[in-house]
Design a binder for this molecule. Structure first.
Ligand code: URA
Length: 205
């Protein structure tokens, strides 16, 4: 919304942007969440990975991709010889959306309105980072970056161009791999994910 947009465009560094995002109330997700989970990584990163939103673990640690999906991502990057500490990792939506079931907190997909409210933060992260390459993980990140016409399962594993000229590689989300129905489906989904990310390794990062 206008609140986050105005604040975000004022920030002249990632640290300043992170500080501003801590108090974001541009959508209702801040209230039940523990904290804003902002992006993380070197300001000099040439590659930015964009996920969907923090999960239960990330909501508690305050850091992106520190839960089960993050571990699977780490495994894939490790197999490809890509150093995670060289990457900037962030999400399309920066608060955990969930539904309470007793003691458990069940992940819920963000709505288009949440993505839109949060978009100024992502846009400013990218403007400050000026990366060579953006990798979108899953349909929500692809929506946030490429808009509604983008068909992830047709377009994944291929290079695209963001307005402004930055190259974008789209792939699936590691949490989607973990949700596959059985081991065979999970293995196939993981292999496809690694094959998509191999495009990154091939360009020399
Ligand atoms: N899934 C995401 O999209 N982002 C995270 O930070 C963790 C899980």
């Amino acid at each position: 919304g206008p609140a986050s947009g105005q604040l975000a465009t004022d920030a002249t560094s990632l640290d300043a942007l992170r500080e501003l995002a801590r108090d974001c109330r541009a959508c209702p997700l801040w209230a039940p969440a523990t904290q804003t989970v902002f992006g993380e990584g070197p300001a000099t990163a040439r590659v930015v990975l964009v996920g969907e939103q923090p999960g239960d673990t990330e909501d508690l640690t305050g850091r992106p991709f520190t839960g089960p999906a993050g571990q699977l991502l780490d495994r894939a990057l490790g197999e490809l010889g890509i150093d995670r500490t060289q990457l900037y990792l962030t999400n399309a939506v920066k608060h955990f959306r969930f539904e309470r079931r007793g003691k458990r907190r069940l992940h819920r997909n963000p709505e288009a309105g949440h993505v839109q409210a949060c978009r100024p933060w992502l846009a400013r992260e990218l403007a400050l980072l000026q990366p060579e390459v953006v990798v979108s993980l899953g349909a929500t990140a692809a929506l946030a970056l490429m808009g509604r016409g983008f068909r992830l399962m047709d377009e994944r594993g291929r290079w695209h161009t963001l307005s402004g000229g930055t190259r974008l590689l789209a792939t699936v989300h590691p949490a989607w791999i973990l949700r596959q129905r059985d081991d065979a489906a999970r293995d196939a989904a993981y292999a496809g994910f690694v094959a998509d990310l191999a495009q990154l390794a091939a360009r020399g990062n």
